[in-house]
Design a protein around this ligand. Structure first.
Ligand code: UDP
Length: 368
């Protein structure tokens, strides 16, 4: 362990109390380092934060289900707090008709009436439009699942989600979605899947136990003082802002959440319902109590998600993967990797559409 330099108050200053920053904080604390964590919001946890509304844990910034096939990652998170098994099986609602997700035999049967994998494969094959080298999300989707699924379950949702035509988006975005020829509605292909016992707040609280935490603290408002306060900085904010937008501004997508309390114990019968048509203005309705089978509340909380164009006054949730942004982000990432004593990590500081397990994996690999 390196010793603290005389003029520094902390070994580590972690900018952003989200998942990446909190995992690094835990590792640094366990190694005996002193750690300060700041966050511009008034709570820890970043987008994992949940609000308890009379016994219903509301995922305030969208639903989070932890999934991974990496045993080391799974064991590490479970050593912090036990994860309760939860299988995510969202549904798609297209103009009032329900389809299973991810794309599987149930979906193919609902769409085309086919009942065997052979029939489903033949149907998809006939709709692939001869695309062999997909250049964008639309081509990627059609080459993977054919025209019908693209039009019914992908096009509307994706264009609402990203505010751009499918032709203008990177093929990578859709590669996350599984396609399988079994009757299996498990959204994720991973070996392990769950939600922390006691919720994500407990998980993050344990990660940050022992750190000095300061909330409502904007790094950029006190940059010089903060940078001088620690031997190493862990930066998890927007990468373009860190470098004063020297290569131009990256685009982000934001979300507006509209929550409603209903005096019912079951509004939609599932945790996540995607609305894949273009006319419904929101992308999905999340009914939070379904994430927690032990929930005893007599009411339910639902949240409608409205993706929106991002500006400086709202939260940047998603990096937007298109050719322009990918090129600019690569320039920033190069600059970041040359920075001494600054670790860049997380969705915003890497400008990558990471899942939680990617973030944990990366944070566990960082050399302290
Ligand atoms: N997607 C879609 N239809 C759906 C669900 C997802 O077309 O019903 C596409 C969409 O482009 C989305 C991407 O798949 O941006 C990734 O979806 P995922 O559910 O992984 O997104 P997240 O939970 O990260 O918002």
């Amino acid at each position: 362990m390196q010793r603290l330099q005389n003029n520094k108050t902390y070994d580590y200053l972690v900018v952003g109390a989200g998942l990446f920053g909190s995992v690094i904080a835990r590792r640094a604390l366990d190694a005996g380092y002193s750690v300060k964590v700041i966050d511009r919001r008034n709570h820890i946890g970043g987008n994992l934060y949940c609000e308890d509304i009379d016994g219903v844990a509301v995922h305030s910034y969208g639903p989070h289900i932890f999934h991974t096939s990496d045993k080391q990652v799974w064991e590490w998170v479970n050593s912090v707090v036990e994860f309760v098994p939860f299988i995510n099986s969202p549904l798609a609602n297209f103009n009032g008709k329900i389809y299973n997700l991810p794309f599987n035999m149930n979906t193919f049967c609902q769409l085309w009436g086919v009942t065997t994998p052979e029939q489903a494969k033949a149907k998809i094959e006939s709709q692939r439009e001869g695309i062999t080298d997909p250049k964008n999300l639309e081509e990627q989707a059609i080459s993977l699942v054919g025209r019908d699924i693209f039009e019914t379950l992908i096009k509307g949702y994706t264009e609402k989600q990203w505010g751009r035509e499918c032709k203008e988006l990177s093929a990578d975005i859709i590669r996350r979605l599984p396609l399988r020829f079994t009757y299996d509605n498990n959204y994720f292909n991973d070996t392990y899947q769950g939600i922390p016992q006691g919720g994500y707040n407990t998980f993050i609280e344990r990660l940050l136990e022992g750190a000095d935490v300061e909330l409502e603290c904007d790094f950029f408002a006190h940059r010089e003082t903060l940078e001088n306060s620690a031997r190493k900085i862990v930066y998890t904010g927007e990468i373009d802002r860190y470098f004063d937008y020297c290569f131009g501004r990256l685009e982000y997508r934001t979300l507006r959440f509209e929550s409603e309390r209903l005096e019912s114990e079951n509004y939609q019968g599932v945790a996540v319902m995607n609305f894949t048509d273009r006319t419904t203005p929101f992308t999905r309705i999340v009914e939070h109590r379904h994430f927690d089978k032990s929930c005893k509340a007599k009411h339910t909380i639902i949240t409608r998600e409205y993706p929106q164009e991002w500006n400086d006054k709202c939260e940047p949730y998603y990096p937007i993967a298109n050719a322009r942004n990918n090129t600019i982000a690569e320039q920033y990432r190069k600059l970041a990797s040359a920075q001494q004593n600054v670790i860049f990590g997380g969705r915003l500081a890497q400008y990558r559409y990471y899942d939680m397990h990617h973030i944990v994996k990366l944070a566990l690999q960082i050399e302290l």
